[in-house]
Design a protein around this ligand. Structure first.
Ligand code: MN
Length: 227
């Protein structure tokens, strides 16, 4: 007897392939660029980056129109390099970490900043601030065996053509290999995991009608209209 419904595994386009990348989990790094840590009221010298997560079905494509989410008056953009894992493990050594990486994409870690501020003030979880529907914009994935492992590349975001975020992935506090190694001490990583690696300074508000574009040089771009 079959169930009267089915549930699909979320997938992401892979550049140059008919195969799609099946997504198991989405992890995110908080405060991985010093200037962004400061703009959020933190001290990058005293507090290391940290992790949170989003549900896999929060993914939304790079060129999709996105409905303004409910329960917020302060939706924020966060442009990020996304790491896609092709294998995993526990306690992965830093110098073996890039072997687990299948490829890279560009993401926008959409955030209900007002709900996040409330959660911080109350000592409550961030899930409803970070893990809502269509909160994880992602570009098609570029394979690492085609583009290598970018360590220095411009990362940028504009709203209606106006510069908002501008940085370089070389300025991450934890580079990608450190993120994979550190995260694997908390949870076992596996193929299908995505890691949003943190955002540079300049996060800000999105309102209905905005066109939000961004990218990481050599990896990809996103362009979403908010409706
Ligand atoms: Mn983020």
């Amino acid at each position: 007897m079959s169930l009267p419904f089915s549930v699909a595994v979320p997938t992401v386009e892979i550049v140059g392939s008919d195969d799609r990348f099946p997504v198991r989990r989405i992890f995110c790094v908080g405060r991985n660029y010093a200037e962004h840590a400061r703009e959020m009221g933190g001290s990058p010298e005293r507090e290391p980056p940290f992790f949170f997560s989003k549900p896999a079905d929060a993914l939304v494509e790079a060129n999709a129109d996105i409905a303004m989410p409910p329960r917020t008056a302060n939706l924020h953009h966060e442009i990020e390099l996304v790491v896609a894992l092709g294998s995993g493990g526990r306690d992965i050594a830093q110098d073996r970490a890039i072997e687990t990486i299948f490829g890279y994409a560009v993401g926008n870690d959409l955030t209900r900043r007002d709900l996040q501020a409330d959660a911080k003030a109350a000592g409550r979880p961030w899930d409803m601030a970070k893990g809502f529907d269509a909160s994880a914009v992602i570009s098609p994935i570029r394979r690492a065996d085609e583009i290598g492992h970018p360590a220095k590349a411009r990362i940028w975001l504009t709203v209606n053509g106006e510069a908002r975020q501008e940085g370089d992935i070389a300025d991450m506090i934890w580079p990608v290999a450190d993120i994979v190694a550190e995260l694997s001490t908390y949870v076992e990583l596996k193929a299908g995991d995505l890691i949003y690696s943190g955002t540079p300074a300049g996060v800000g508000r999105i309102v209905a009608g905005d066109l939000v574009e961004g990218g990481v040089e050599g990896v990809g771009t996103i362009a979403n209209r908010f409706i």
